[in-house]
Design a protein around this ligand. Sequence first.
Ligand SMILES: Cc1cc2nc3c(=O)[nH]c(=O)nc-3n(C[C@H](O)[C@H](O)[C@H](O)COP(=O)(O)O)c2cc1C
Length: 342
Amino acid sequence: MKYGNAALRGKFVLGPMAAYTDIAFRLLCRRAGAAMCFTEFANAEAIVRSGAARRQTALATITRGGKNTDALLQTCSEEMPVGIQIFGATPEAMGNAASSISARVETGELYASCIDMNFGCPAGSVIRAGAGSALLKSPQKMRAIAEACVKHSGIPVTAKIRAGWKSDSALELALMLQDAGVSGITVHWRTATEGRKRQAGWEMLREVKEALSIPVIGNGGASTPEKAVQFLKETGCDAVMIASAALGNPHIFSQADDLLAHGKCRKTPWEEKRASFAQYAALAQKYGVATPKRFRAHAIEWVSGFNGVKEARKRLNSAKTIREIEGIVSGFEPSNAQSGLA
Ligand SMILES: Cc1cc2nc3c(=O)[nH]c(=O)nc-3n(C[C@H](O)[C@H](O)[C@H](O)COP(=O)(O)O)c2cc1C
């Protein structure tokens, strides 16, 4: 299956997650078998400001819409295929951001196999700005944004949507986006207003997959390797996006691959998880994305599911430095270390 301009070698991809899916975590997931990753979403207007600032100044004095946005967009050749995700409320902002990113991909400053438009984020601040899942309520505006991105981007444009705002309109929205020139679509089968509440219902994606000629990635609730494989089989989607279940457990991708290919997968004992956190730490330092806040958030995910997590979480929450956080994870010795997670 080709998503964007890259052929995917597997069926399970990492979803975009703000504050988590930095370049280090994405590389770890790719090495652990994720067929593709997406950057956390970046504000279209900030991308344009940052691009303009880079052109106009040789000095590294970029602040608002500069340094942080650049860190969000940072991608490398080793992690390809990767989608850069953007969000915004207007065709102008989104089209200009797509143009800026694709120009930077052309010069080799960034790597991306597609530009992914976010039409699913239900966060209050994003909705109030008229972006993310707010656009599910305005299909014509969504269409204009998609057309602007397709027109101004030199690389393929994809979209990530929820099934609708309040009720299911996934099929109409997906067909409309396909018609607007989008070359792939990820559908989270829940609506924006139901958040993560609804436990069952991904089967509805089969109809979307069968009606579209572009690739369809299904998303929502693939919380274990078993569920990810079940999701794939029950919907017929081209791939399944795993988001929250990959936090602290990049091995979920190889586990799901093994389960699909051989009908079984091994659990990940704590020793391997400890080693993968050390790899995350090394990559985060290498690419300059290491901050205590990010480290703490990842570390808490890594220790969860093992005995002693409550105490470890408490210590992690009061740890101030990266070194302290690394020390807590490397010294963590759960009594169920061997039982592992799958
Ligand atoms: C912490 C967190 C941050 C997220 N950030 C983004 C984001 O930046 N862009 C996006 O499209 N979805 C974002 N999502 C939604 C996920 O990509 C995914 O659609 C959702 O979690 C459902 O998949 P799951 O059940 O596998 O977690 C985020 C989810 C979480 C938990």
